[in-house]
Write a protein that binds this ligand. Structure first.
Ligand SMILES: [Zn+2]
Length: 97
């Protein structure tokens, strides 16, 4: 099952400059049922972002948002504050509107 990685290459783009993110730019920080969160650092502009890949009946959805946290901080936050991927989507939606 390499689907996730393949989809990742399609869905994962830098939130800032839209450059395609490479596999080695990405660090898995949270995996929960059908939702996976990666921390990515763009090799073009060095912007750190969170990439959320959500898979479900409606297909795969990828959203990205710029973060100023490094991957260790993100991990810690996700674990200690028990932020769910849904909440990340909510934060993302709130930022967009
Ligand atoms: Zn970039």
């Amino acid at each position: 099952m390499n689907d996730k990685t393949n989809n990742l290459e399609v869905l994962a783009r830098c939130s800032f400059c839209k450059a395609k993110l490479n596999r080695h730019d990405l660090t898995l920080v949270l995996e929960k049922r059908q939702q996976t969160v990666f921390h990515a650092t763009c090799s073009q502009c060095q912007t750190a972002s969170l990439i959320l890949i959500s898979g479900g009946d409606k297909g795969l959805l990828g959203v990205g948002m710029i973060t100023d946290l490094d991957k260790e901080e993100v991990k810690k936050k996700l674990v200690t504050e028990a932020i769910t991927a849904d909440e990340i989507i909510n934060v993302y939606a709130a930022l967009k509107n």
